[in-house]
Design a protein around this ligand. Structure first.
Ligand code: MN
Length: 344
């Protein structure tokens, strides 16, 4: 059922906000889930939906596609209530809400174990801002111009006049801060800042968000970054490095702790594209960043079965040095005209 046709014209109307909310609120047993390898926006979106629904009247089950919850968002209230994948197996639901998830296959293990929850036989509310979203939902709140999925949720909450507790405001602002790196990315628009201002007024805990997302990190992260940055290479507009199992072992870090490295690399003067290769038994997981609107890395990732946003995307490659070299050469071929423009 998952086709890979993106729905670029899927921008929603005020009536869609109503329909989405009614669909969620009328469920009795609701699965709220997000993609595998979740980021702050993904987790915060799930938590925000749970806070919006009335758990005195509804059963709301929260899940990530691979059962993981990153350490950076453990400060959010309710984060310990995410289900383990093993707990989900025998459940049944009458509503599914997928957030920050371009298509159900992005759920990874959860999708493979329970494809029947995502085939349309249960009403699905699809809330997302990925340009590659396939509009797989019964109701689709998809806006590729939104800086974060919680930006869309913030709009839903404010447009429909739903109450915003400080707890909810903190979740919503966490997603916006996570995906915009603290209102710094080019995806940050005036509307993003207006919504963020509303959330601050509603009591969002900005200092907790900044501390946990950007300032504080375990020492294992510092060591991993040192190892990965020591191996950085830069040639013809492409800056890249890798995270290997040996580096994880030496630093004591998890792969998720390397997540920010590719953003850091993308600040290299003269770089058109930054790439981080995670070496895994099944192959390379590749994280891509473009440094300009001229170069669309979602398009490159899509050629390898991946997806994402024009400035930040990801895909997978088969194992081995040959596959990686072929990928680097293909990337180099897609940016000759850019590489000139990108020279400092
Ligand atoms: Mn997001």
């Amino acid at each position: 059922m998952t086709n890979h046709t993106a729905c670029y014209d899927g921008r929603y109307t005020p009536a869609d906000l109503e329909t989405a909310w009614r669909t969620m609120a009328s469920g009795q047993v609701i699965l709220v889930a997000t993609h595998a390898n979740p980021d702050a926006d993904a987790i915060a979106s799930v938590l925000a939906v749970r806070l919006l629904l009335d758990d005195t009247r509804q059963i709301v089950v929260m899940a990530t596609g691979d059962g993981r919850v990153p350490a950076t968002v453990r400060f959010l209230a309710g984060v310990d209530r995410f289900a383990q994948l093993s707990e989900l197996r025998d459940q049944s639901f009458d509503r599914v809400v997928l957030v920050d998830c371009a298509d159900p296959s992005r759920l990874g293990p959860l999708f493979r174990e329970s494809p029947g929850w995502f085939d349309g036989s249960i009403p699905i509310v699809n809330i997302d801002h990925h340009v590659t979203n396939t509009c797989f939902g019964t109701v689709n709140l998809v806006d590729p111009d939104a800086a974060a999925t919680t930006e869309i949720l913030s709009e839903l909450v404010l447009q429909l006049g739903l109450p915003v507790s400080p707890e909810l405001a903190t979740c919503l602002l966490t997603g916006i801060y996570g995906d915009t790196l603290g209102l710094q990315t080019s995806s940050t628009r005036p509307k993003t800042m207006r919504l963020a201002a509303h959330l601050l007024e509603a009591g969002a805990d900005l200092s907790a968000i900044v501390t946990h997302l950007f300032r504080q990190r375990p020492f294992s992260t510092v060591r991993l970054w040192g190892l990965a940055l020591a191996r950085a290479r830069f040639d013809t507009g492409i800056v890249w490095t890798e995270i290997t199992p040996e580096m994880l072992e030496e630093s004591g870090a998890t792969a998720a702790e390397g997540e920010g490295i590719v953003n850091f690399l993308s600040g290299t003067e003269g770089a058109a594209i930054a790439i981080l290769f995670y070496q895994q038994p099944e192959g390379w997981r590749v994280s891509l960043r473009s440094t300009s609107d001229v170069l669309d890395v979602a398009e490159i990732a899509a050629r390898y079965g991946g997806g994402g946003h024009s400035r930040a995307a990801g895909c997978r490659l088969p194992p081995g040095e040959h596959a990686r070299q072929a990928f680097l050469e293909a990337v180099a071929r897609s940016l000759p005209e850019y590489a000139v423009a990108g020279d400092p």
